[in-house]
Design a protein. Structure first.
Lengths: 140, 344
């Protein structure tokens, strides 16, 4: 498994990050996640919880020391994702992904997911309409 | 002579002539107006009827495109009427709203728009602001009682020493997956803007995707329940006024009273009118003499959209966010305590 904990997150941590909107989610971002702790995680999906009010993607991430750490990534609401073409099978177990997001304030291996990309650079539903979904079908 | 007499007669009776000419013109004008009215009547939408004769409001609706519309009239439109902001001016305003929303999502803490927005299309928004009465588009001033009540609440909270996340009970009803209340359940948000209206003889039911609510509204003029029985969504009673469904809701709980209103005196009146084959106008009059100096009303269209059915939003299914918010607050307290200890 070619997973690692990217130093890119640390570089980005020096950025002064501002809260762009407090209304992204059903609950407040700033109450749960730390805008000063951006993370970039590369690993494999172990499970996707297709649950309300937000989906959770669980992934194994291998650190520089070779130790595998489990991360929990909060995603969008399943209803909203479904309307954008996701399904509960969009990220099957074993899928290798790169997640950029922000870590939980308590330092737990929990993060709010923002961008998801695949190792070949394809983005998962990020960008203009019409980009490919993970199973290769055009986004509706 | 006879002719002259006749002409003379008419000339001498100028007033009568004027009347005759006026009558002729009025007849022509009336005919024109009748034709215009006929054309307007032909164009005017007539709401369909249910098999039992009520106006038919049924269907799947969305108001996602109204998200981003301010409740009150922005100061830049001072002196302007809502109905005057149309055409290219409105289109430009909505493009501005759309661009501002996208810019917010593309900041350093950006959220991929497709994660959080099911269909960002604010350019289709229909109006510049929501309040239609009073005409200045502003929420009327608070009453002295309301100011006192707010001050008392703030003081009680200060004295309690409670923080924003000491317990789940300190979080909003929305954070807690309980309810968005009224009118919150139908206020446009970044997702979850689907609604269904279903009718049966004597009842109308309204389903709200977020958060998982259904109001069953009786139309049989039964009285409200006792004032000591309160609920987050209140107690609704409906009736028809012409083609408009009027729903009066009272009996709110303190925690769900809209904008800090007095739950015991708050009365919300929804009005649903099918104004086009694909539109229902939704207006809400907020009436609480204990809170505002006069009732006020906001309105927006709900758009029929069979492609956006209400999907189940079982909010309690995995509300891990609430747990994580409390964990985050405990972690911050610990960090603050450690830093304070270091300074000593």
């Amino acid at each position: 498994m070619r997973s690692n904990f990217s130093p890119d997150g640390a570089r980005r941590a020096v950025l002064v990050l501002l809260m762009a909107s407090a209304a992204w989610a059903h609950h407040s971002f700033e109450a749960e996640f730390d805008a000063n702790k951006p993370v970039k995680l590369r690993g494999t999906v172990t499970k996707m919880d297709w649950i309300n009010p937000h989906v959770w993607i669980h992934m194994d991430v291998k650190g520089p020391d070779g130790k595998v750490v489990s991360w929990n990534i909060e995603g969008g609401p399943p209803n909203a994702l479904l309307r954008r073409g996701w399904t509960k099978n969009s990220l099957p177990e074993g899928t290798e992904i790169i997640v950029e997001g922000f870590q939980a304030k308590d330092g737990d291996t929990t993060a709010n997911g923002r961008d998801i990309t695949f190792p070949d650079g394809r983005k998962l539903f990020v960008g203009s309409s019409g980009q490919g979904s993970p199973d290769g079908k055009a986004e509706k | 002579m006879r002719f002259r007499s006749c002409w003379s007669f008419l000339a001498s009776k100028g007033a009568l002539a004027a009347v005759l000419v006026a009558a002729l013109l009025m007849t022509v004008n009336a005919s024109s107006q009748t034709a215009k009215r006929t054309a307007e009547t032909a164009k005017k939408f007539v709401a369909p009827r249910t098999p039992w004769g009520d106006p038919d409001l049924q269907g799947w609706f969305s108001n996602l495109s109204e998200d981003g519309t301010p409740l009150e009239r922005p100061d830049r439109f001072a002196g302007r009427r809502l109905e005057d902001i149309q055409g290219e001016e409105l289109a430009a305003l909505k493009r501005e709203t759309q661009n501002r929303t996208i810019a917010n999502f593309q900041g350093p803490l950006h959220a991929p728009e497709h994660w959080w927005q099911d269909d960002l299309n604010l350019v289709k928004g229909s109006q510049a602001w929501l309040i239609v009465d009073p005409p200045d588009g502003k929420i009327p001033p608070l009453t002295p009682q309301a100011k006192d009540r707010a001050a008392t609440r703030a003081e009680a909270k200060r004295k309690s020493g409670r923080g924003p996340a000491d317990s789940w009970e300190d979080r909003s009803l929305y954070d807690r997956c309980i309810s968005r209340g009224l009118p919150g359940s139908m206020m446009p948000a970044i997702y979850g803007n689907s609604y269904q209206i279903v009718q049966a003889p004597g009842y109308v039911a309204i389903r709200y995707e977020m958060i998982h609510e259904t109001r069953v509204i009786p139309l049989d003029n039964r009285p409200h329940i006792g004032s000591h029985i309160r609920s987050y969504m209140g107690d609704a009673r409906g009736h028809w006024e012409g083609d408009t469904l009027v729903v009066e809701t009272t009996n709110f709980r303190d925690e769900s009273a809209y904008r800090g209103a007095n739950a015991a005196t708050l009365r919300l009146v929804d009005r649903f009118t099918r104004v086009a084959p694909d539109k229902v106008r939704w207006a809400v009059t907020v009436d609480d003499p204990e809170t505002w100096t006069m009732p006020w009303t906001f309105a927006m269209p709900l758009t029929l959209d069979a492609s956006q059915p209400v999907l189940e939003y079982g909010c309690h299914e995995g509300n891990l966010g609430l747990r994580n918010i409390l964990k985050a607050a405990r972690a911050e307290e610990k960090k603050a305590a450690e830093e304070a200890a270091k300074k000593q």
